[in-house]
Design a protein around this ligand. Sequence first.
Ligand code: EPS
Length: 393
Amino acid sequence: MPRVTLSYRTAGESHGPAMNSLVDGMPAGLEIDAAFIDAELSRRQGGYGRGGRQRIESDRVRFLAGVRLGRTIGAPILMQIENKDSRLDDLERTPPVHRPRPGHADLAGARKFDTDDCRNVLERASARETAARVAAGALARVLLRQFGIEAFGFVRGGLDVVSSIEVSPLNWRELRAARDASEIAVPDAKASDAFIERIHAAKAAKDTVGGWCEAHVFGVPAGLGGCTQWFERLDARIAAAVMGIQAFKCVEIGLGRECAARRGSEVHDPITFDAGRRDEPHGGFVRPRNNAGGIEGGMTNGMPIVVKGTMKPIATLGKGMPSVDLRSGEAQQSAYERSDVCAVAAASVVMENVVAFEIARAFLERFGGATVEQVRAHVLADAATQRASPKRA
Ligand code: EPS
C-alpha cells in the first residue's frame, strides 16, 4: 500500500495578523466540515479561568489552499485563523518585555536569541498558537470520523480535585454531554464545581492553576504504528505531540506512572477471543481491561487509545514571581500582562486534537491512498483479512 505522510506546521504570532496551519498529505475527496472545525476552535476558546483575550477573539477557520468546491484536492491545505487583537508592531500597546516570567519561554528564548526583549520569543511561544493545532487536528478528525474513529478529551481535575469517573466505549457520549455542561470540561458535576471553586480562589490570590487532561480515541483499528524502529512507535509519537503542547510536563499512556506500583499480573491485560465480536476494532481479541491504553509494542491493539497529560500552571501570575530586569540584572518581579488564570479546559481540547492527528497520521501510513475512496478500499481489504483470523475459529 502507498506510504503517505500526513504532517502539519503552524506559523503566526499571538498578536500578529493570523494563526496559520499547513496540513500536507491529506487524501483528495474529503468533504470539509468547517462547522466541526469551528466548533472545536470555539471550544478551545472556552473554560473557566480564561482571560480577557477570548472576549476579543472569535476563532473561525478560513481555507486558503488545498480545497475546491468544499473538498480536498490532494494538495497542501492552508488554514488561517484571524487574530482580532493584532497589534504586533504597535510599540505602545505591545511594548518590549524585560522582566522574564519564570516558567515561560521568556528567559531561555532571550538567551537563545541574544536579546533583552522577550517579546519576539513570547509572541511565538504563546499558547495562542494552539488554535492552529486544533484546526489541523480537527481536520484530521473529519477524515477519521468517516472511518468510525472518534476522539473524546476532558479535564480530570487539578490541585486537590480529581474526578474518579471511568470512561468506556459505552458511556463516552454521555460523558461528553456532561463535559460540555461543565465550565471547566470536567464530566462530573461535583468535581467540576469543586475545581471551579479552587480556580476562583487562585484568581483572588493573583495566582494560577494547571490540571490533568485526558484523551480517549475509540474505533481505532489494530496495527497502527510500529515496533521495528523507535520513531514508528505510536506511543512515542503521541507522547511527543502531547508534550509539544505549551505547559505540558508529563504524558502517560493507559495506566502510565501507576505501572511501576503494580506487579506484571496486575498491569498486563489478559487476552481472550470471542468469534462473535470479530467486527469490532479488536477483531474479537477482547481484553477485559485496558491498562495498555490501546497500544502494545508501539502498535494499536484495537482497544481504545487512552492518553493522560499534565499541564503546569500558567506562568503569567498576577502577583508576579521573583525575576530580574534583563537590561540591568536588578531584582524585579516578573512582568504581568493580561492572561489566563487557568487554561486547562482549553488544553484538553488541544490534547484531544493533537492525539487525533497522530492517529490519523498512523492510519494513513497503514491505509493511505491518493483519494479517500482508495483509503476506504484499503481499510475494507484489511478488515476482510483480519476477520479471517484465527483461521480455525
Ligand atoms: C498567552 C497569553 C494570553 C492568553 C494566550 C496565551 O494572551 P494575551 O496576552 O493576548 O491576553 O490568552 O492564549 C490565547 C490568546 C489563546 O487564544 O489561547 C501566553 O502568553 O501564552
